[in-house]
Design a protein around this ligand. Structure first.
Ligand SMILES: [Zn+2]
Length: 204
């Protein structure tokens, strides 16, 4: 079984190939501050095509850097362009994962998310544009479904979204990054009841 984990803005790709319910080898591929995402991406593709590990994380940083430089908004061409580039990267990595012949004998979990968005040129506050991130989870036998917030009360990107108001705006059942660890462990058939996670598995 394998897990694939993608995180955008700061961006992670996480791949797990589990044997006997134990993660024995973990690989982290991330930026060194000099060579950037193109270099990371080459390494990641090579790894996925030629090696196996129990868990792999690939971290892309260029969208975050572009956001800090000129703003985390669609009308910043640098930021937008980096996200488009990241989307291409994910496609390349999926091609590498799906390359025959090994794929036929493997079971994969794909996870994609971001640990934050941004507001103006920074993040760490409570604006919706900083806190509202996507979480994508996919596996071979999973039905496609989009989970949105449970009401349509207007909230703008520049509005504050304190934890206490998540329910008011209908976010209580929307998947979050808290759900990722329990989801991956569930996929790996590892017992999680002792961990007291804030999140829950997104798998049935
Ligand atoms: Zn940042």
């Amino acid at each position: 079984m394998r897990v694939f984990y993608v995180l955008l803005a700061m961006t992670f790709l996480f791949v797990v190939n589990i044997h006997a319910q134990k993660v024995k080898k973990v690989l982290f591929i991330g930026v060194d501050g000099v060579r950037g995402d193109a270099y990371v991406h080459r390494l990641a593709q090579d790894y996925l095509r030629n090696e196996t590990a129990d868990a792999t994380v690939v971290y892309y940083a260029d969208p975050d850097i572009a956001g800090h430089t000129n703003g985390f908004t669609n009308d910043n061409p640098g930021y937008y362009g980096e996200i488009v580039q990241f989307d291409r990267y994910v496609g390349d990595l999926m091609d590498a994962i799906n390359a025959p012949p090994s794929r036929a004998n493997e079971e994969w979990l794909i996870v994609s998310t971001s640990d934050h968005g941004g507001f103006e040129t920074w993040h760490g506050g409570e604006h919706l544009s900083e806190r509202n991130v996507f979480v994508v989870v996919a596996r071979d036998d999973m039905e496609a479904k989009e989970i949105k917030r449970s009401n349509t009360i207007t909230i703008k990107p520049e509005d504050a979204l304190p934890v206490a108001e998540l329910e008011k705006y209908g976010f209580q059942d929307v998947p979050t990054t808290f759900d990722i660890a329990p989801t991956i462990l569930h996929f790996l058939d590892i017992e999680t009841s002792g961990y007291n996670f804030d999140g829950k598995s997104l798998l049935k």
